[in-house]
Ligand binder design. Structure first.
Ligand code: ZN
Length: 367
C-alpha cells in the first residue's frame, strides 16, 4: 500500500513526502478536508512511511513497503470503522463502574495511537488527551516516530486546552495529526502551532476513472451515479453501497410520487411501516432522509433548467415525469418539512408516523 495507492491531491502528497525526505516534518499537522477526502488514510500512510523498516523510495522520495512488521501493524488501523466498532464493543462489555473510566483508543502498534471522538457525544474528551500527554514523552519502542492521530476536530473545551499544552512543547520524536472537516472548529492557538494541509475534493470524472479501476463490475451508468453522489470524496465512492442506496431511493420515490400524483396510499403505508422504532431502523431512516434530500434537489435542478446538475441521472425519466407536478414553492416546503422530520427523529418520534404525516402535508400542497 505505497503512496501511489492514494488518489488525488498529488501536490499535497508530494509536499508531505518531500518534508519527510528532508527530515523536516512538522510536529503537528492539521489535515483538513471534506468527509471521504482521505485524511485518515493519508495520516496512516505517513505513519507507515515514518516507521517502515525497509525505508523504500519511489520517484526519489520516501515511501513505505506495506509488508514489514511496522507497516503491517500500523496498516491494521486503516479500517477505522471496524476498529472503532471493536473498541466500543470491548468497552460495552466492561462492568458499569469501569465503563465510565474507560476512554476509546485504537492502537494496533505500540507507537501509533488513534484517538477517535468518544460516543455517545462524539467529542474528544479531556481524559483522552491526558492519556496522550502521559505517553507522548516516552521514546518510541519499536518505531522511529511516535504518531498520534486525532480522527476528528470536535474537542471538548478542556480537552482542547490540554492539547495546547502538548503542542507548546512536543518531544522531538512525536508527530500529531489533527483531522478536521472544518479547521475553524479548532482553537486559533492550536491552528497557529500546527501546519494546515488542505485536501480537496476530486472531480466527478477523476472519481469515475478511479471507480473504473476499483469497481470494474459496475456499469458506466452506475459509476457516473456514484461519482456524482459521493461529491468528490474518494472514500465515500469506494465504500458506496449501491444496492442499499437503490432501496432507500426507491422508497423515497414512492413517497414523493404518492405526494405529487397518486391517491392510492397502500404502497406508501406498506413502505413507511417498514421504518420501525429502535436502533436498527436508524440507518435505514438516515438513508431515506438523505435520498429524499437528493431527489428534491434534483427536482429543483430540473425545475430551474439545470439538468446537467442532476445527480440521480439513472432515473432521469422518472424525475422528468414528477418535475412538472412539483412547483418551486412545493419543493421548498418539502425541504423544510424534511427538516422537521429530522428534528422529530432526534426527539424519538415514531418513524412511520412522521413519514406518513410528512407525506400528507405535501399532498395538501399539491398543485
Ligand atoms: Zn514497511
Amino acid at each position: 500500500m505505497p503512496f501511489s495507492d492514494f488518489h488525488g491531491n498529488t501536490e499535497i502528497v508530494y509536499r508531505i513526502r518531500e518534508m519527510l525526505g528532508r527530515d523536516r516534518f512538522p510536529h503537528s499537522v492539521i489535515l483538513a478536508g471534506p468527509r471521504g477526502s482521505g485524511k485518515y488514510t493519508l495520516a496512516t500512510m505517513v505513519a507507515r512511511a515514518m516507521n517502515c523498516l525497509e525505508r523504500p523510495t519511489s520517484d526519489g522520495l520516501p515511501d513505505f513497503c506495506g509488508k514489514c512488521s511496522n507497516c503491517v501493524r500500523i496498516g491494521q488501523s486503516e479500517d477505522l470503522g471496524a476498529r472503532l466498532a471493536e473498541a466500543v464493543e470491548a468497552r460495552d462489555a466492561l462492568k458499569e463502574s469501569d465503563k465510565k473510566e474507560t476512554r476509546l483508543f485504537i492502537q494496533t502498534h505500540p507507537d501509533v495511537l488513534v484517538i477517535p471522538p468518544d460516543p455517545p457525544q462524539m467529542m474528544i474528551k479531556v481524559d483522552q488527551v491526558r492519556h496522550v500527554i502521559d505517553t507522548i514523552y516516552f521514546r518510541p519502542s519499536e518505531a522511529r516516530e511516535r504518531v498520534f492521530i486525532f480522527s476528528d476536530s470536535a474537542f471538548m473545551k478542556e480537552a482542547a486546552n490540554s492539547l495546547l499544552k502538548v503542542l507548546e512543547e512536543p518531544p522531538q520524536f512525536a508527530t500529531l495529526f489533527l483531522l478536521a472537516r472544518n479547521p475553524g472548529e479548532l482553537l486559533p492557538t492550536i491552528r497557529s502551532r500546527s501546519m494546515t494541509l488542505p485536501l480537496g475534493c476530486l472531480s466527478s470524472s477523476e472519481i469515475d476513472a478511479y471507480l473504473a479501476r476499483q469497481r470494474p463490475e459496475w456499469s458506466a451508468q452506475q459509476r457516473t451515479l456514484v461519482a456524482r453522489l459521493s461529491e468528490g470524496a474518494v472514500g465515500r465512492a469506494r465504500s458506496f453501497n449501491l444496492a442499499e442506496y437503490a432501496r432507500g431511493r426507491a422508497n423515497a420515490l414512492t413517497l414523493l410520487s404518492t405526494a405529487l400524483s397518486s391517491g392510492d396510499h397502500s404502497e406508501l403505508f406498506k413502505m413507511t411501516e417498514s421504518y420501525r422504532p429502535g436502533a436498527e431502523g436508524r440507518e435505514k431512516m438516515d438513508l431515506l432522509v438523505r435520498c429524499l434530500y437528493s431527489l428534491l434537489e434534483d427536482l429543483l435542478f430540473l425545475e430551474s433548467g439545470a439538468q446537467d446538475l442532476v445527480r440521480n441521472t439513472d432515473i432521469l425519466p422518472e424525475l422528468r415525469r414528477l418535475a412538472p407536478m412539483a412547483s418551486f414553492e412545493w419543493l421548498v416546503e418539502a425541504t423544510e418539512g424534511l427538516g422537521q422530520v429530522e428534528r422529530g427523529m432526534r426527539r424519538n418520534l415514531l418513524r412511520s408516523l412522521s413519514l406518513d404525516s410528512f407525506e400528507a402535508g405535501l399532498e395538501t400542497r399539491r398543485k
